[in-house]
Design a protein around this ligand. Structure first.
Ligand code: PHB
Length: 395
């Protein structure tokens, strides 16, 4: 049996991008259907990075999607760049008048799911998108499979692929499920969650001869830390003592406060931008359109910047019949996407030690770090990119 549903915007993926888009569209009276193959629990517990740009926070608060970000989240006015055993603070407010917030992605998702359910959103979980059809007509469709194997066809005025790095919608836009520009990195991150007090009030991004480490936080009693590892490393290879050893030797000069490690994971990453992000009436946003290495903390923020641009475009198309902003969507979104790609690649290459790196590479990298921390211009670029460029149509 096939169920047919008709809506204005069909959104594949209930991640931050898909849910925020439905939230902002609803505020303009534009109805949407959101589908995702995961359950609510899976969506809300997927552990992801935690830094929100100032503009992302302002948007979540102003749109009524989250006020908890201001109470549960923590404002961070800077980060520390650490190399050669010394820390160098980058003070965001004095450099660019902005800050960031540490508020993990799963908290954002809890807020967005709650807001969408309270708003009566047609949110269908356990529904797997199979393919997108008729992209270049006025009525693109999503063909999906429901929780009991039944077919669901969603006919819409516009389809949005917000379905992550393994996007199903991508094929309808780029012509293949993988089509895009990408860069692989010869290292990965080993992440831990531990029960311990914070080792530092702000994030520490550390370059050492042993490789990169990031000291982040979750709360007064839970900390998140990462160290550079091999792409084919495995989580069980290390004892707890060895993990602390690996972390500690990558942050010389800071004594880490240790505690029970209760979660370990390996993050493999790459830089990716789809060849196309729009075909007819189908657009890609978030990880479906691009992924960045986590070193610049840009992933979720970039997804949200896409949403801002697409919301304005869909408003013009669906309320006024004007498709010019939709046509301009790729150019507008891609300018920010490539700036964020550059920043994420730059932070990654400046702070990690590539296998086989020479003494030239090591000294050049330290020269690069010095030219950032010893220069107002260098620090300002980092602060501007890290706290986020202004969002389209917002200050
Ligand atoms: C995190 O807290 O998980 C985190 C923070 C900053 C990053 C990456 C991850 O750049």
């Amino acid at each position: 049996m096939t169920t047919h549903v008709r809506t204005r915007v069909a959104i594949i993926g209930a991640g931050p991008a898909g849910l925020l888009l439905s939230h902002l569209l609803a505020a303009d009276g534009i109805e949407s259907v959101v589908i995702d193959q995961r359950s609510r629990e899976e969506i809300e517990t997927t552990i992801r990075a935690g830094i929100l740009e100032q503009g992302t926070v302002d948007l979540l608060v102003d749109s009524g999607a989250s006020d908890r970000v201001l109470t549960v989240g923590n404002r961070h006015d800077g980060i520390e760049l650490r190399f050669e055993g010394e820390g160098h603070r980058i003070d965001f407010p004095s450099l660019v008048g902005r800050a960031v917030w540490l508020y993990p992605q799963h908290e954002v998702l809890k807020d967005l799911v709650a807001a969408r359910i309270a708003g009566g959103q047609d949110l269908r979980l356990g529904v797997t998108a199979e393919r997108v059809e008729d992209a270049t007509t006025d009525h693109p469709r999503v063909i999906a499979t429901g929780p009991d194997g039944e077919e669901l066809v969603i006919e819409a005025d516009f389809v949005v692929g917000a379905d992550g790095s393994r996007s199903v919608a991508r094929a309808a836009v780029t012509g293949s499920s993988t089509g895009g520009y990408f860069r692989e990195y010869p290292f990965a991150w080993f992440g831990i969650l531990c029960e311990a007090p914070p080792s530092s009030e702000e994030l520490i991004y550390s370059r050492s001869d042993e490789g990169f480490a990031l000291i982040s936080q979750r709360s007064a009693t839970v900390q998140r830390m990462y160290f550079q590892c091999d792409v084919d490393d495995n989580t069980e290879r290390y004892s707890e003592a060895q993990l602390w050893d690996e972390l500690q030797k990558r942050v010389p000069g800071t004594e880490l406060k240790q505690g029970t490690i209760f979660q370990r994971d390996i993050l493999r990453f790459r830089s990716f931008v789809a060849h196309k992000v729009l075909e007819g009436r189908v657009a890609l946003i978030g990880d479906a359109a691009h992924t960045v290495p986590p070193t610049g903390a840009k992933g979720m923020n970039l997804a949200i910047a896409d949403v801002v641009v697409l919301t304005a475009a869909l408003r013009a198309l669906l309320l006024e019949g004007d498709d010019r902003l939709v046509q301009a969507f790729p150019e507008t979104a891609l300018q920010r996407i490539w700036k964020a790609q550059h920043f994420s690649w730059w932070m990654t290459s400046m702070l990690h030690v590539a296998p086989g790196a020479s003494e030239f590479d090591r000294l050049r990298q330290i020269g690069e770090l010095r030219s950032v921390v010893e220069s107002e211009a260098g620090k300002t670029y980092l602060a501007e990119a890290y706290t986020g460029w202004p969002l389209a149509g917002r200050s």
